[in-house]
Design a binder for this molecule. Structure first.
Ligand code: SF4
Length: 115
């Protein structure tokens, strides 16, 4: 059975290093080429209108891709609200432009699921 690579990165500690680096980038946000340089950890908002916590419009199994990608159980999908691209023809306008969704907390207990 093929194991997802994130299980190896979790067990080696690399995943935590990457998480720490990503949090650090939020202090003067340069996560994307917009380079807003605002402090998202203080809930300041740049072009993408996202502060410290993620806003999510939906999540769950997704069956909208080709069969080899979704299998019988679907691929896991998380639709984050807002977007840094702002395409005028976006098919997910309510989510990407209007920010439809709700803010989620980040709970480290989920890390335990990786064992
Ligand atoms: S658009 Fe959002 S993710 Fe990109 S740099 Fe600005 S605040 Fe950061």
């Amino acid at each position: 059975m093929i194991k997802p690579i994130y299980l190896q990165t979790y067990k080696s500690g690399q995943l935590q290093n990457r998480v720490d680096k990503a949090w650090d980038l939020l202090k003067k946000c340069t996560l994307c080429p917009r380079n807003c340089r605002i402090n998202r950890l203080n809930n300041e908002q740049g072009f993408c209108k996202t502060g410290k916590l993620p806003i999510i419009s939906s999540h769950g199994p997704h069956f909208g891709e080709e069969a080899p990608l979704v299998g019988r159980g679907g691929s896991g999908t998380i639709f984050f609200s807002y977007c840094n691209l702002s395409c005028v023809f976006c098919q997910n306008w309510a989510t990407s432009h209007l920010g439809e969704g709700k803010e989620y907390s980040i709970d480290k207990k989920y890390y335990a699921l990786f064992g």
